[in-house]
Design a protein around this ligand. Structure first.
Ligand code: SAM
Length: 236
């Protein structure tokens, strides 16, 4: 992967960046995504935000190497704090856990004007993001699930709107867990993911049953059994 040829995962993220937008890529690491978006005329300008020194320096180097200093601003800082409110029309946050992405959104919500498109790509636990979007009235507009190099990734696209709209057909609880668009489409990767999760949860329950069931373990078991019933009913 480089700034000319993205991984399939980042390419899918790039496909959701609106034409001619100002992009902010938060947790940019190597800055491949903002460089690619500007080089290919998708974004007219970009900001690469990075909190850790090493990846920040590699973003700076990448932008210099691509001769994009006039178009891609590399900023060191935590989450959305590198942005002025409303500065970016599209914000991408990719390659992290869902809980971290939700935390970045929560801590930086004062930097959001509400006019942005958010393109969020959690590696795991997308549910945390769906909950955050619902709480702050961002409407999921689309979702993708894909497998690359043996790993499964989800992409969530959101804009301000009616946050419950996409959940009409499935309900909030199942939709938060599975993804309302993904559960409607039920593609091969989606079925693989939830078949795997079912097996994993069942093996945890078996292990819990082998030991003494204290209050914590019992609550954990009941939670897993509840999730299994949601997956059986709405995913498979
Ligand atoms: N976005 C790139 C991608 O999808 O390939 C890089 C993903 S990399 C695994 C995650 C990056 O996010 C790391 O470089 C990490 O330092 C950065 N990061 C984590 N928390 C962050 C935060 N609160 N603010 C900015 N960057 C953050």
């Amino acid at each position: 992967m480089n700034e000319m040829k993205l991984s399939q995962r980042l390419q899918k993220v790039a496909d959701y960046i609106p034409e001619q937008s100002v992009l902010a890529d938060i947790g940019s690491d190597h800055a491949y995504l903002p460089c690619y978006a500007v080089k290919n005329g998708i974004a007219r300008a970009a900001i690469a935000g990075e909190v850790v020194e090493g990846p920040y320096l590699s973003a700076v180097q990448q932008v210099q190497k691509s001769e994009l200093e006039s178009f891609v601003s590399v900023r060191k800082g935590d989450g959305l704090q590198v942005l002025e409110k409303g500065e970016a029309g599209c914000i991408t946050i990719a390659g992290m856990g869902g809980a971290l992405i939700a935390k970045i959104l929560e801590q930086g919500k004062d930097r959001l004007s509400g006019k942005e498109r958010l393109v969020l790509q959690p590696n795991i636990h997308a549910m945390h993001i769906r909950k955050w979007l619902l709480q702050y009235e961002w409407e999921l507009k689309d979702e993708e699930i894909l497998e690359e190099d043996g790993k499964i990734y989800e992409i969530l696209v959101a804009e301000k709107g009616n946050p419950t709209e996409p959940y009409q057909h499935i309900g909030l609880e199942a939709g938060m867990l599975l993804g309302p668009f993904l559960a409607k489409e039920k593609n091969e990767v989606f079925l693989k993911k939830w078949t795997h999760e079912l097996k994993h949860w069942s093996s945890i329950i078996e292990k819990l049953n082998e030991g003494t069931l204290n209050e914590d373990n019992l609550a954990k078991k009941q939670e897993l059994e509840h999730r299994i019933s949601i997956v059986r009913e709405s995913a498979l």
